[in-house]
Design a binder for this molecule. Structure first.
Ligand code: SF4
Length: 694
């Protein structure tokens, strides 16, 4: 029992973990945070929370936090603590030297979906206005970039269609490649409440997750597909809907391009897309596919929620398109209880994409080639903006290895641990002449850094996060930054050291600039956020109170666009050396690479990643429950303990990636989504064998 005493004051702010965006009261006694209490007026959580948001904030005051800037000439030198002024001068001189010697395209930035909208906006502005290139990318590259592409192509906007309240009117809920019970727990509780009232659940996932078998709830259908066959499954569902005449033809005629629909209908009707023809490939019984398609099409309001099990594939964008097609086919768009909803993994994935962090888009998803958009930013910023898209994260690393990319400012992201093919990431970082890491802790990437800017936690700054339902929530400063400056101030100091004339006194001024330049944010300001509690974009003259639900009378792009979804097998093949397929996921108590949750006294604890393996596969290899095993792929190998379970099918193994000593990404491949380069984390051919331990 911990005695917390009586709080003296409280500040309402937003959880910094997942994309649900729960609102909390941070209760303080003096300078000490004594408790996080879920806020009953939070529109996303309505007084609920999960174990991470409620208890896992201790990392903000953890002893391993770095509070002083550090520099070093070479990465083999020891770090030297310096003043902020000296660190800024050192970093700016190095970056300016690289630009002078190798050209402006030789440097770039990586931003984080952990940071606020205002901080992310400033980092992409630094790239475009100060470095004068478009080499800006975000960690959304490795999670939801296919969502941006797929929903942008079909519906015209790169975001989910509904608010979370919508699930309370769903009759059929299809969850694809997501395990909200572990990764989005507060949304999962709202979903389960609806399921307990009789809504039906369809889960498409290789693994029998906690979502498939929640207490008192059993999915009507679990489609335990073979990893890598999402497109074949989604197209087979469409085949059933079209060939059995289950479409909503009136909706399609009114809201979608009819010629494109006919082309798509011809395509999915081909016999090769039937459940019977795809059963062998996908591993899903034909009858289950047929029953799931019928339930989704005719079971009432059908809503789809999906996660990284959809996007992190070589055909991630194609699956997102296939999901969008399913909703259009059945008219499940534009009213409560329906829609297509990406469950965002990190607190501000939506916001970091909205803020122009991609190398081809300015804030508001507008392409850098559009003259009228570039002109607007050029007039406001007083600089010329490059009209060619810049480098994505994998392209930056490739270019570094080739010797043309020399300098990186990496804010709030540990790419060595979180990006695929760790050896290649390390080679790219090692080849650079200036790596600036801006983070709370000396992370794995910092091993290759020349400059370390200490970061600030969400408790130490003002700003906004945008959650998975496009809701812009206020983040409020609870305590003074322990390192002296909020992250937006650090970026501003760096820009000033590089010669920029930036003078923002508060993040509200940055939001005012965002609103001025971004039509979907035109009505957003800190005053409006105070008044309305939170705002879902678009918010402008047409929608002054924001937009809980999109595409009500028409799609943002005009007519909804059906696109063919041809299944193409991944190049990551199993064979005699690597006969099993590895897929990955998260557990409830940990968050991503664990930098925050591992440094917190969490009430539920898992101190290691484990490998789930089916009893048959374990027996064949002489592996017993709890044994150490060697997990090897074409990329590398690691050692971890095995858990024998039939949650995974024969031929499939599963692990998490929360602990740096496991380094699951040493094993994952470097194949990626054809449209966006999102890594194929979810399919790796592996072998598992007994081991004596690490
Ligand atoms: Fe935080 Fe997500 Fe948990 Fe809510 S559900 S408390 S946003 S981790």
């Amino acid at each position: 029992v911990v005695e917390i005493g009586t709080p003296e004051r409280s500040v309402i702010t937003t959880c910094a973990y997942c994309g649900v965006g729960c609102s909390f009261k941070a209760e303080m006694r003096g300078d000490e945070l004594v408790r996080m209490v879920p806020h009953k007026d939070g529109k996303a959580n309505r007084g609920h929370s999960c174990v991470k948001g409620r208890f896992a904030y201790g990392y903000a005051t953890h002893k391993e936090r770095i509070l002083n800037p550090m520099i070093r000439d070479k990465v083999t030198d020891p770090w030297k603590e310096v003043s902020w002024e000296e660190a800024m001068t050192f970093a700016a001189n190095r970056m300016k030297g690289l630009i002078d010697k190798h050209g402006r395209q030789s440097v770039g930035v990586i931003t984080s979906s952990r940071c606020t909208n205002e901080e992310t906006y400033l980092v992409q502005k630094l790239t475009r206005a100060v470095f004068q290139n478009n080499n800006t990318d975000t960690c959304a590259r490795v999670c939801h970039s296919p969502t941006g592409y797929g929903l942008g192509q079909t519906y015209g906007t790169s975001a989910g269609t509904q608010d979370f309240d919508s699930v309370e009117e769903s009759d059929v809920i299809m969850v694809i490649g997501a395990n909200p019970s572990a990764a989005h727990p507060v949304f999962a509780s709202r979903m389960k409440k609806r399921l307990r009232k009789g809504a039906k659940l369809i889960v498409i996932d290789p693994r029998r997750t906690e979502t498939v078998e929640a207490p008192h709830i059993k999915a009507a259908h679990h489609l335990a597909l073979r990893p890598g066959t999402n497109v074949a499954v989604v197209t087979a569902l469409a085949h059933v809907i079209v060939t059995e005449g289950l479409m909503d033809e009136a909706f399609i005629r009114e809201r979608c391009d009819w010629d494109e629909f006919q082309d798509y209908a011809d395509f999915v009707s081909e016999e090769r897309h039937s459940p019977e023809a795809t059963e062998m490939l996908t591993g899903v019984p034909a009858q289950t596919l047929r029953e799931a398609a019928r339930l989704y099409a005719k079971g009432g309001n059908g809503a789809i929620y999906y996660g990284l099990g959809v996007t992190e594939h070589s055909q991630g964008s194609t699956t997102v398109i296939g999901i969008a097609n399913l909703a259009m086919l059945t008219g499940n768009i534009g009213r409560p209880g329906v829609g297509v909803n990406p469950l965002r993994g990190q607190n501000n994935v939506q916001g970091s994409c909205d803020m122009g962090s991609f190398p081809h888009e300015l804030p508001g998803y507008r392409h850098v080639k559009l003259d009228e958009v570039r002109n607007l930013f050029e007039e406001t910023w007083g600089v010329q903006i490059d009209n060619e898209p810049g480098l994505r994260i994998p392209n930056m690393l490739d270019a570094a290895v080739e010797g043309t990319f020399k300098g990186l400012y990496c804010q709030g992201e540990d790419i060595l641990q979180s990006d695929p093919d760790t050896k290649h990431v390390a080679a790219g970082l090692a080849a650079m002449e200036c790596v600036i890491v801006h983070d709370l802790f000396l992370n794995e990437t910092a091993n290759y850094a020349h400059v370390f800017f200490p970061g600030s936690s969400f408790l130490e700054k003002d700003g906004t996060f945008t959650n998975a339902e496009r809701r812009i929530n206020r983040v409020r400063k609870v305590m003074a930054p322990k390192n002296g400056y909020a992250d937006w101030e650090v970026t501003q100091m760096f820009a000033q050291a590089m010669g920029a004339n930036w003078n923002y006194a508060h993040p509200s001024q940055i939001m005012d600039e965002i609103a001025m330049l971004t039509p979907s944010f035109a009505g957003v300001s800190y005053d409006a956020l105070e008044e309305k509690n939170s705002i879902q974009w678009p918010c402008n003259d047409k929608a002054p109170d924001g937009t809980p639900m999109m595409h009500i009378d028409g799609f943002v792009r005009g007519k909804g666009k059906f696109i063919r979804t041809e299944y193409v097998a991944t190049d990551e093949k199993t064979g005699p050396r690597f006969p099993l397929l590895l897929t990955t996921g998260r557990i409830l108590s940990q968050y991503n690479v664990g930098a925050q949750t591992r440094r917190t006294h969490n009430v539920v604890w898992h101190d290691q990643d484990v490998l789930e393996i089916h009893p048959h596969d374990a027996e064949n290899r002489g592996i017993r429950d709890g044994d150490y095993v060697r997990l090897a792929s074409r990329s590398g190998e690691t050692t971890l303990r095995a858990t024998i379970t039939d949650k995974v099918s024969p031929g499939v193994v599963y692990t998490t990636f929360h602990h740096p000593d496991t380094q699951a990404n040493v094993v994952t491949t470097d194949f990626s989504d054809w449209a966006t380069n999102c890594p194929e984390y979810k399919v790796t051919a592996v072998q598992v064998s007994p081991s004596n331990g690490p």
